[in-house]
Design a protein around this ligand. Structure first.
Ligand SMILES: Nc1ncnc2c1ncn2[C@@H]1O[C@H](COP(=O)(O)OP(=O)(O)OP(=O)(O)O)[C@@H](O)[C@H]1O
Length: 644
């Protein structure tokens, strides 16, 4: 049928796109200028892609300058952004301008539209920048021809943003590239004024690496600040460049680094740390990389291999004349200069952080609060820089002031000289950590303990192993060794428990009958624990559970058990008793009489269950409740004589 070729094909937007378009027009705070930035940035990406193709395929090259033209038509009330980049085929049009590539983008943006509506300027980070066109326009037309099609292969994409779009072939010759025409709404008519559009482009698109023209006038300066001496770059220029690289308009970076080297290889770089970490807000892993240039020309806009993963939050640009750029990604990664540049970048960033931690500790803590959770990943992966990274770690501790996390260097510098280990305790939250019986002796002796409420920190501690030759040890482990007590501490502790304890090195004196208690407890829970024994490391609690030497800490075991459900059998623990606790002393007396054996055994089981609960582990609820009920019944019966 003859109508078949002229009838536009109808398409429906993916449901997520419709929701996004609704969100854009209704709830998000609207900084409409962002739409221009996004469309210009897409045009610039399309030019990059074309240049890349043209490098290896001379048949597609031509003489035309790669550029972006912004055209204003006051009469038709249209704003057009035109590029001679890579263009789009029919399938690309359907896929790119009808769906959202990054799943999760929409959810994230919806979250931002709550009370504290964040700037919609974030939109470009989530692979949905094109749709911001509908913030300005009630109709959008895209005319495009892919570099792969002949000049008659142009297409027109059209939509009013309410749910559908159409695609139809264009008649006549269509130049290569894409022209996006926005039919502006009444309330966005100011975007038809050349002065306004120039102002917007100056604000957001100064660093676009291709010329941008409004009418015949070139409006972006394209100044490569990274090759200029630091002294000649103003704060404002650094900020603008950051905003251009990160798509975070109106945000200042936390800090920046401007690096330059001439030998043994040449490169320039500007690196930035953003203000906030989106990963913390639940938006998955950061996906951006650094921009990689050769002699000022952008070669790769998202080079993720220039920095290790644990520095993935950094934005920046690296420019080197010494890199082989027409090679595969793998070959680039293996290139000696590339590897050396990467090494220098990592060193400079870590040195900068170390300097900041020393001279501006408050600012460093702010940085750590945002990005510490990413930076600490380096402990497991970057062996070469492990020491530097270890000094950058921060933890809550029993000795921290106002909850401000401390460094391992702080810890070691104030630990007693003969303290061979760095103590830590893991737990679900501060409250359960502070209530742990294992902490008592450390509190009593004033020994510092790191509080690790985030389970990942325990993995970090395990990977680190030692710091300044001191082993990091969980205090609920049998590996713990305490430094010798000072004379004063010795005197105090001997005063506290005069009959029970002799000085260090001597055979400990336990109350008579204590060995019997151990025997009965053991008989009561023999299959569940590795051992029952006395400890001198408890102050106020009757007992605690510890992990045997060399075993994983309780927290780590819990995490592993969760991640591997049918998992490993639980590792047996050691039940340690405080021979000087009034309850244990009383039981030691009772254990002398055979008739009390069952009762002492029951107490052993109950204390074991209590210790499990305190460690965040689950005892058998049925036997626990039955036993406590029995205890209550016995007590109630004894007390009934008081009523009569
Ligand atoms: N001017 C253009 N020329 C060629 N392709 C384009 C152009 N504009 C958009 N596209 C295509 O449409 C896709 C979707 O664009 P959109 O701005 O929504 O997301 P994105 O560009 O992938 O993400 P981001 O905005 O984070 O860079 C692009 O990836 C690109 O393939």
């Amino acid at each position: 049928m003859s109508t078949e070729t002229t009838q536009p094909e109808q398409f429906t937007f993916q449901a997520e796109v419709s929701r996004l378009l609704h969100l854009l027009s209704h709830s998000l705070y609207q900084n409409k200028e962002v739409a221009v930035r996004e469309l210009v940035s897409n045009a610039s990406d399309a030019l990059d892609k074309f240049r890349h193709v043209a490098l290896s395929d001379e048949t597609v090259r031509d003489e035309a300058e790669l550029a972006i033209h912004v055209e204003l038509d006051e009469e038709a009330k249209t704003l057009t952004i035109r590029d001679n980049g890579i263009g789009m085929t029919r399938d690309e049009l359907v896929g790119n301008l009808g769906t959202i590539a990054h799943s999760g983008s929409l959810d994230f943006l919806s979250k931002l539209s709550g009370d504290e509506a964040k700037d919609v300027s974030l939109i470009g980070q989530f692979g949905v920048g094109f749709y911001s066109a509908f913030m300005l326009a009630d109709r959008v037309e895209v005319r495009t021809r892919s570099f792969q099609e002949d000049s008659a292969g142009g297409l027109l994409w059209e939509s009013d943003g309410t749910g559908n779009f159409t695609i139809e072939p264009l008649e006549g010759e269509t130049p290569r590239g894409t022209a996006i025409t926005l039919k502006l709404r009444e309330d966005t008519a100011e975007f038809l004024k050349p002065e306004h559009i120039k102002h917007v482009l100056g604000k957001y698109s100064t660093f676009v690496p291709y010329p941008i023209y409004v009418a015949e006038e070139r409006v972006n300066e394209q100044r490569p600040i990274w090759v200029e001496p630091k002294s000649q770059v103003t704060d404002e220029q650094y900020e603008k460049f950051y905003q251009y690289l990160s798509h975070r308009s109106d945000e200042k970076p936390q800090w920046h680094l401007h690096l330059a080297a001439d030998s043994p290889f040449q490169f320039h770089a500007v690196l930035y740390a953003p203000q906030s970490n989106f990963e913390k807000l639940g938006f998955g892993k950061s996906e951006h990389g650094l921009s990689l240039c050769a002699k000022r020309v952008l070669v790769e806009s998202d080079c993720k291999d220039l920095l290790p993963e644990y520095l993935r939050f950094i934005y920046g640009l690296v420019d080197s004349a010494d890199l082989p750029l027409n090679v595969s990604r793998q070959a680039l990664q293996d290139d000696t200069v590339f590897r050396k540049i990467r090494k220098v970048l990592v060193k400079k960033v870590l040195d900068h952080l170390a300097k900041m931690a020393k001279s501006e500790p408050e600012q460093y803590l702010e940085f750590w609060g945002e990005f510490g959770s990413i930076l600490r990943e380096g402990i497991a992966g970057d062996f070469e820089n492990r020491d530097k990274l270890a000094s950058l770690l921060r933890f809550r501790s029993s000795h921290d002031v106002d909850g401000k996390p401390i460094s391992l260097d702080d810890y070691v510098s104030r630990a007693p000289e003969d303290q061979e280990q760095i103590y830590f305790i893991g737990g679900a939250d501060m409250a359960s950590i502070r209530n742990s019986p294992s902490l008592e002796i450390f509190k009593k002796r004033g020994l510092e303990v790191l509080y690790l409420t985030d389970p990942v920190d325990e993995f970090v501690a395990a990977h680190l192993g030692t710091f300044q030759e001191k082993r990091l040890v969980s205090i609920d482990s049998a590996d713990v060794k305490l430094p010798a007590e000072s004379d004063q501490q010795k005197a105090e502790s001997e005063e506290g428990d005069d009959e029970a304890q002799s000085s260090d090195g001597d055979e400990k004196k336990h109350p008579a009958g204590f060995e019997k208690v151990v025997e009965l407890f053991q008989a009561g829970i023999e299959n569940e624990v590795e051992d029952v024994r006395a400890t001198e490391l408890l102050a106020d609690s009757p007992c605690r559970l510890v992990t045997p030497e060399g075993a994983l800490s309780t927290q780590m075991q819990k995490i592993l058990a969760m991640s591997n459900a049918d998992g490993m059998p639980p590792m047996k623990k050691i039940l340690e008793l405080n021979p000087n606790h009034p309850l244990i002393e009383r039981l030691s007396v009772l254990a002398g009489n055979e008739q009390n054996a069952a009762f002492v055994k029951d107490c052993g089981r109950q204390l074991y269950d209590n210790a499990l609960l305190l460690s965040g582990l689950a005892p058998n609820p049925e036997t626990l409740t039955r036993r406590t009920q029995q205890f209550m019944e016995d007590l109630a019966e004894k007390r009934s004589s008081l009523v009569l």
